[in-house]
Design a protein around this ligand. Structure first.
Ligand SMILES: *Cc1c(COP(=O)(O)O)cnc(C)c1O
Length: 293
């Protein structure tokens, strides 16, 4: 695989910490400009399985702005697979779709109504010998891949591991990959994401009944919503820490943790690790100039 996980660093974030609380981030965004962050980790075991099953085409679903679709297109191209993306809605000139297309992904558009029954689409095409990956990479292989995020660096000294959540696959992986004493917390970027805990639990091995927490007050209006307050925060965080974040996931994660620290949510001596899960290419949908990086 052509990703350099050696590029990952742990960056200390002094402006987020306090006298008693240390905050750092694991920069998985540094592994690749397009397949950044958690998407490659979530895909790695699916690709291996497809190879084992001798499938040479990998198909999946996503929206027009999906990081997962772009990452899949790039990962397939780099690994010699054909890729097929079923996109909710109609063609639009989103940077993600343009990129996926440029990477050789075959794109099909399905109406929002048909999308609700996407299993039917899968079944109709099942004879085609394609390897299917769920939307967002949700699944046990995705979680096992995400568990390996914590093996890229020595993360054993951290008391808290915190990430942004969409499908919850990465959160499940971090729960699997963390040690007994570490508290794992997910910050949902979706509004009314009430099924999240069950989706996460469904990916955990039966014996891994570790307690985890999900937080639901930091979605800023819902998935991909990015009010001016969030953009201001992103610029301000970059000025303070030279840390770029994305509008959909990681900005909400860092904002949440700063806010929680201010509310004294964490106990003294907490040593917090935030997973920078990438997604920076999603910022290209913003008008030029809104971000200072
Ligand atoms: C997809 C994505 C997530 C969410 O991962 P899930 O496993 O779906 O919860 C978080 N951060 C970034 C940057 C992503 O692209």
């Amino acid at each position: 695989m052509l990703f350099d996980t050696n590029k990952i660093i742990i960056q200390e974030l002094n402006s987020l910490g306090t006298e008693n609380i240390k905050v750092s981030t694991l920069r998985t965004d540094l592994i690749h400009p397009i397949i950044s962050g958690n998407k490659w980790f979530k895909l790695r075991f699916y690709l291996e399985e497809a190879k084992r099953l001798k499938c040479n085409t990998i198909a999946s679903f996503g929206g027009a702005y999906s990081n997962h679709i772009v990452a899949l297109a790039a990962a397939c191209k780099l690994n010699g697979f054909n890729s097929v993306g079923f996109i909710r809605g109609e063609w639009n000139d989103s940077p993600s779709l343009l990129e996926a297309k440029a990477l050789g992904m075959q794109l099909h558009f399905i109406s929002r109504d048909a999308y609700k029954y996407k299993e039917v689409v899968m079944e109709e095409l099942a004879n085609k010998d394609w390897f299917w990956i769920n939307e967002g990479g949700y699944g046990i292989n995705g979680a096992l891949g995400a568990a390996t995020i914590l093996r890229t660096k020595d993360c054993s000294a951290f008391t808290h591991i915190i990430c942004a959540c969409g499908t919850g696959t990465m959160l499940a992986g971090l729960i699997i990959g963390s040690n007994e004493n570490q508290l794992v917390i997910g910050v949902s970027v979706l509004k009314n994401n009430t099924g999240l805990n069950d989706l996460v639990t469904a990916l955990l091995p039966p014996k891994k009944n570790k307690i985890f927490t999900t937080l639901h007050d930091y979605h800023f209006g819902g998935y991909a919503k990015h009010p001016a307050e969030l953009i201001d925060y992103m610029n301000q965080l970059f000025k303070r820490e030279k840390l770029p974040t994305d509008i959909v996931y990681t900005s909400k994660l860092f904002y949440a943790v700063e806010n929680l620290i201010q509310q004294q949510y964490f106990s003294d001596n907490a040593n917090i690790l935030l997973i920078h899960s990438g997604g920076l290419q999603g910022n290209r949908s913003l008008a030029p100039g809104r971000l200072i990086y």
